[in-house]
Design a protein around this ligand. Structure first.
Ligand code: BTN
Length: 240
């Protein structure tokens, strides 16, 4: 059965991920938390996520069995956002490993998936998508874009969130049937990463090589310049 999601809309929150964590702790799931802006938007690696009016800030709270597989939810969310952007704004949105959506090589969306483990496990899939913003802070402005910047139009943010959830629901039903390869296949279709020469910065090291695939845990597989195969589990990647 396709899960049906209940939307909870807020004007302002510290972080939609935090609100979704509160919901999950009360055993509420299949819930979508949306805020018009956030005061403490979180990015990966404790980075700040700029969350002014005009962006889409949403978190999907899900109940999961296998915490090892939650990276597929991040992939599924990225694909859903890319598809929603393609449909709404007719732009060539692509997914970048592990958790971004790019338009014109610039970041249009980031995803932060957090988990709660215990007797029951939950995943909170947080999506930050740049929609109607026209400007970003100087430090990120040259590598960031929005639908409005790309097309000179304004979009209905709620409508885009619904479109994302329409796509996500389909992939999530595959996820629940353990059809992870279906999610990977979709991700590969829209991949900006695969086939490219990449520089991967992990906690301890930087690797340069060609991105040749993703494995069954959504890790990135690089063929290094010396021919060695290197698995990248976490980190940031750049086009080399
Ligand atoms: C990243 O690229 O580092 C991930 C950014 C994720 C941002 C979104 S905005 C909605 C949700 N709430 C948060 O605090 N973070 C995520």
């Amino acid at each position: 059965m396709m899960a049906s999601f209940k939307f909870h809309n807020y004007k302002i929150l510290d972080s939609t991920n935090n609100k979704a964590i509160e919901f999950a702790k009360k055993k509420f799931y299949d819930v979508v938390v949306i805020a018009e802006r956030q005061t403490k938007g979180k990015g990966r690696f404790n980075r700040k996520w700029f969350s002014d009016l005009g962006g889409l800030y949403m978190t999907i709270a899900l109940k999961v069995t296998d915490l090892e597989k939650t990276k597929y939810l991040t992939f599924a969310a990225a694909v859903s956002v890319a598809k929603a952007i393609r449909k709404t704004a007719k732009l060539n949105a692509l997914v970048k490993w592990p958790n971004d959506v790019l338009i014109d090589d610039k970041k249009a969306c980031g995803i932060l998936t957090e988990t709660i483990s215990g007797r029951e496990n939950y995943a909170l899939v947080g999506i930050g998508a740049n929609i109607n913003q026209k400007k970003f802070p100087g430090s990120i402005s040259d590598k960031t874009t929005s639908l409005a910047i790309e097309t000179n139009k304004r979009y209905n943010i709620k409508k885009i969130s619904k479109e994302i959830m329409k796509e996500f629901s389909k992939l999530y039903s595959q996820y629940k049937k353990n059809n992870y390869n279906k999610i990977t296949a979709e991700w590969k279709k829209y991949s900006h990463t695969l086939g490219r020469k990449i520089k991967a910065k992990t906690m301890n090291r930087t690797y340069t090589g060609k991105a040749i695939g993703v494995d069954e845990d959504c890790n990135l597989i690089l063929r290094l310049n010396n021919g060695k195969i290197q698995k990248i589990i976490e980190g940031d990647i750049f086009i080399a």
